[in-house]
Design a protein around this ligand. Structure first.
Ligand code: GRF
Length: 211
């Protein structure tokens, strides 16, 4: 059996997608990925409690008063300490510095609650309803420096119903996110291990001024 790809999940809040990733893996230990670290930019993030309960190491630090690139270097140090190879953003409400994204090029995935390229940014469900869309959904994409902009790997659609509110729609989309993200990370991890996905070599600790 090949070594599972070591995944670090970045969260800011509830962490339900992180939990879905952990549970998907737990249902079948032969999965090609395993969660090695859950890191948050808010020490009060509820998902940290969930991660601890699941036995996953956690790291947190408030981003307040810390320059973006400096904060990302702290996050990176934690990732490298846990030998993380793939970063999964799961409700991480911080823009990443271009430096961090470039150093981890091809190694950062994100789940976004819209059918990208529609509705990048926040408040996606309200915007879909206001536009009169009949279909909403979620996307998993590779992270590039521009917000919610990298290549889309997978999407799931959710039909919009006449009486949907943003909250009701968000719940149905979230249920799809919980299925889509684990499957996509699983496929991506398989690609990494089998070598048909070529990504940047892992950053080396303390090596911040090369690019
Ligand atoms: C999800 O809707 C995700 O798509 C978005 O933020 C939300 C995070 O939810 N990026 P959770 O923290 O995973 O429960």
């Amino acid at each position: 059996m090949v070594d599972p790809v070591r995944v670090g999940v970045l969260i800011s809040g509830r962490g339900s997608n992180m939990q879905a990733l952990a549970e998907h893996r737990r249902r079948d230990p032969v999965r090609p990925y395993s969660l090695q670290l859950v890191a948050a930019n808010d020490p009060e993030a509820r998902g940290l409690v969930v991660a601890r309960r699941l036995g996953i190491p956690t790291w947190s630090h408030s981003h307040r008063g810390v320059a973006r690139a400096e904060f990302d270097r702290m996050v990176e140090a934690a990732l490298l300490e846990h030998r993380v190879e793939l970063v999964a953003l799961a409700g991480y409400m911080r823009l990443l510095s271009a430096e961090f994204v470039e150093r981890w090029a091809g190694r950062i995935l994100n789940i976004h609650p819209s059918l990208l390229p529609l509705y990048k940014g926040l408040d996606t469900h309200r915007r879909a309803l206001l536009a009169g869309d009949v279909v909403a959904g979620c996307s998993v994409h590779v992270v590039t420096p521009a917000l919610d902009d990298g290549p889309v790997l997978a999407q799931a659609e959710v039909r919009i119903r006449p009486r949907d509110t943003p909250e009701i729609l968000a719940d149905r989309v979230l249920a799809e996110e919980h299925k889509l993200y684990p499957r996509t990370i699983e496929a991506y991890a398989t690609g990494l291990r089998q070598g048909w996905l070529q990504v940047t070599p892992l950053p080396v600790r303390g090596d911040h001024h090369i690019i």
